[in-house]
Design a protein around this ligand. Structure first.
Ligand code: THU
Length: 161
């Protein structure tokens, strides 16, 4: 008889006004990166802001390429920058926001599979969850963690058996 596994994931939706001041600042920094995106092909602008334990914020925006797969999502631009500039710092939170060029409101970019995998590497490296703040339309904020976004993920524990 097959054993059924039911794994629960958790997420909460808040209004921007309900965030604490650190979270508001982080979301604002991510929004500020929308204009810095280099997205001439998709015209889908994404900004990400990473909050380190120290309070430092590291930012990124999506960077596209005429050879499409050579581009990189905002999340990975930001976390790789954090990982290379602050290799010992733990990541507390990441805010992610997206807006198609010319649109009036944000759309939720819930992070592609590659970004989930890359974010999970840092979560397992620091052995502490990373909270994610996704901006949704009407300035709602979906809060979850990397682990919730990537159940049954592959990490260093999988390699070691
Ligand atoms: N993109 C991100 O930067 N983050 C996401 O979570 C989803 C997608 C970028 C990649 C590409 O530059 C554009 O958005 C369209 O996929």
């Amino acid at each position: 008889m097959a054993k059924k596994i039911i794994q629960q994931i958790q997420a909460e939706v808040f209004d921007y006004s309900e965030l604490n001041s650190n979270e508001k600042a982080l979301v604002d920094e991510a929004k500020g990166m929308l204009d810095q995106a280099y997205a001439p092909y998709s015209k889908f602008h994404v900004g990400a802001a990473v909050l380190l334990e120290s309070g430092v914020i590291v930012k990124g925006s999506n960077q596209e390429n005429a050879a499409y797969p050579s581009g990189l999502c905002a999340e990975r631009v930001a976390i790789f920058s954090a990982g290379s500039n602050y290799p010992k710092a733990d990541i507390k939170k990441i805010a992610i926001v997206a807006k198609p060029l010319g649109a009036n409101d944000f759309v939720m970019a819930s992070s592609c599979g590659n970004c989930r995998q890359a974010m999970m590497e840092y979560e397992s490296k620091q052995k502490k969850p990373i909270q994610l703040l996704f901006v949704q339309p009407n300035d709602k904020i979906l809060k979850t963690t990397v682990g919730d976004l990537l159940p049954f993920g592959f990490d260093s524990k999988s390699l070691n058996g």
